[in-house]
Write a protein that binds this ligand. Structure first.
Ligand code: HEM
Ligand code: HEM
Ligand code: FE2
Length: 466
């Protein structure tokens, strides 16, 4: 089986860049973990390492979602992409911008004075808003790249005007995502207002736009891996997306408890964000129900990853989110390792597994593979997932100790971090290496998939049909 439209192959460029950044992100995460034990480890300080770790994460997920979109939109619109050269240009422009930003962070790490103020009033190498630290000139280039990307995809749909629910929802989610980048560029001298707008980007991305995209891609994957009927998967997709927006938009309030915004946010944030796990649970149910109803699986690995994504989206974002979302709890846990534990499991379950499942659903088709060995895909999954579960349990433990000793007993932050939590940091670093092994297996699989002969009778052989 091969792609229906040649231009869908452009997705592979984006996937390759994403996969390489994934490797960098995790390697850098291990350096960050070691710096909790030995603060002077490595030439770059923790602040730079941490920005590299989380920025690489956000960027590779976005690049992966772009690749997925370039695959889905021609397929759904039943036509070639509007312009392949434009897509190629957009790809290389993204690679160059991201590389420059990374070099800027490293330069700033070696020479802190280099981050002088630019014309926009913000740092020339780093703007200092967690997750979106890229400087203003890079923001503008990124915005241009995203505009080109959206135009190319919208024009593709306009060629045949075949609007499907899946591709419409996907593009609506991406447009929402692009619009939400703007509040991250407002410049104000008030820290309260700065934080207020900054959460629009961070929260409304991961608990709004990105979940809408996840809903659309989940429907697409269930359709492709199970031959499920379109009207069935689309019906549930609408329910999921509507509930995500209903709970997630006002759920932003769970970040407005203690930053200086009015007290009514305690109620709004508490109530709406407590409801956020519901749509994520509907997605899990949807994945299982569809799998049970349509028993003919056309790509076992793809379906496996897609179902795992639905489950861990619910566990990481839903459960590990709801435990600290009420103001009565968050008052104690705010900004501790409990938050970090949730951040890891939520991003891993919701978006890392989403991009990886889209890769396993589309890559065999892009490479024209009829059959491949799923063995490495499963190994990578278990190494990554078991390690991630242990990282999360470890730092949830660290967070409980931190909350108790620091917030209830009034011990000093550094005393708790260096003495009482040391073993948790050691375990986190060890499990981090386990996670890196999983990523390495995945990356090898990514480059080899479909390129080596399959031994007859391989038990993990995955046939691509349908
Ligand atoms: C896939 C979706 C989600 C992702 C990727 C995600 C990720 C994150 C991250 C990275 C942070 C830390 C932000 C920081 O640096 O301060 C955070 C904070 C938070 N998240 Fe989520 N989250 C998701 C969904 C949810 C859901 C559904 C809930 C609630 C049910 C939730 C509740 C919270 C709360 C209360 C905080 C603030 C913690 C604090 O006060 O320190 N999250 N989230
Ligand atoms: C796909 C896998 C990973 C994802 C999605 C991820 C995500 C994140 C996120 C969202 C944050 C910011 C959390 C916050 O501020 O609350 C973070 C910080 C961090 N990550 Fe990861 N990470 C991953 C893998 C790793 C690995 C393998 C390690 C190494 C053990 C690691 C070590 C760290 C450390 C030490 C921090 C800083 C924590 C802090 O400031 O308290 N990460 N990561
Ligand atoms: Fe949030």
């Amino acid at each position: 089986m091969t792609v229906k439209y040649e231009s869908q192959k452009i997705a592979q460029n984006f996937f390759t860049f994403a996969v390489l950044l994934f490797l960098v992100q995790v390697a850098v995460g291990i350096i960050a973990a070691l710096q909790f034990i030995w603060p002077d480890f490595f030439i770059l300080n923790f602040n730079i390492i941490r920005s590299l770790h989380i920025n690489a994460l956000v960027v590779w997920l976005l690049v992966g979602l772009m690749g997925a979109t370039y695959y889905v939109v021609p397929e759904e619109s039943e036509t070639e992409l509007w312009s392949i050269p434009l897509a190629r240009f957009q790809f290389w422009a993204t690679v160059v911008t991201v590389t420059l930003v990374v070099l800027g962070y490293i330069w700033m790490g070696i020479n802190p004075q280099a981050n002088s103020t630019s014309l926009f009033g913000t740092g020339i190498l780093n703007e200092g808003r967690e997750y979106i630290e890229a400087p203003r000139w890079a923001d503008i280039l990124i915005a241009l790249s995203v505009i080109i990307f959206l135009i190319n995809n919208f024009m593709t749909v306009m060629k045949t005007k075949k609007w499907t629910g899946i591709q419409g929802t996907l593009l609506a989610g991406l447009t929402f995502l692009a619009l939400m980048y703007i509040p991250g560029m407002f410049y104000t001298k008030s820290m309260v207002k700065d934080q207020f707008w900054w959460w629009w980007v961070v929260h409304l991305w991961v608990e709004g736009a990105w979940e809408v995209i996840a809903g659309a891609l989940l429907a697409f994957m269930l359709m492709k891996t199970l031959n499920a009927q379109r009207h069935v998967v689309e019906r549930w997709m609408y329910v999921e997306v509507a509930l995500v927006l209903f709970t997630g938009i006002l759920g932003t309030g769970h970040h407005y408890y203690w930053i200086g915004t009015p007290p009514y946010w305690l109620w709004i944030g508490g109530i709406f964000s407590s409801l956020e796990p519901i749509p994520l649970l509907v997605m899990v149910w949807d994945a299982f129900r569809t799998t049970r109803e349509y028993r003919t699986v056309t790509n076992k690995v793809g379906l496996f990853y897609a179902v795992a994504h639905a489950i861990f989206n619910f566990v990481g974002a839903g459960l590990w989110g709801v435990i600290h979302t009420l103001p009565q709890v968050n008052k104690w846990t705010h900004g501790t390792q409990i938050t970090t534990a949730h951040g890891h499991l939520a991003f891993y379950g919701a978006y890392v597994l989403l991009v990886l499942s889209m890769i396993y659903v589309t890559l065999p088709v892009i490479r024209g593979v009829r059959e491949f060995s799923g063995s490495r895909a499963y190994q990578a999954f278990w190494w990554m997932t078991i390690s991630m579960i242990f990282i999360v349990l470890t730092i949830t433990g660290a967070g409980m100790v931190q909350t108790y000793m620091e917030r209830l007993m009034g011990l000093d932050y550094v005393a708790v971090k260096t003495n009482y939590n040391l073993w948790f940091w050691i375990f986190r670093a060890i499990f981090g290496v386990g996670f890196l092994i999983g990523v390495a297996i995945f990356v090898i699989d990514y480059f080899r998939l479909g390129k080596e002969p399959l031994k007859i009778g391989t038990p993990e052989a995955v046939k691509i049909t349908g």
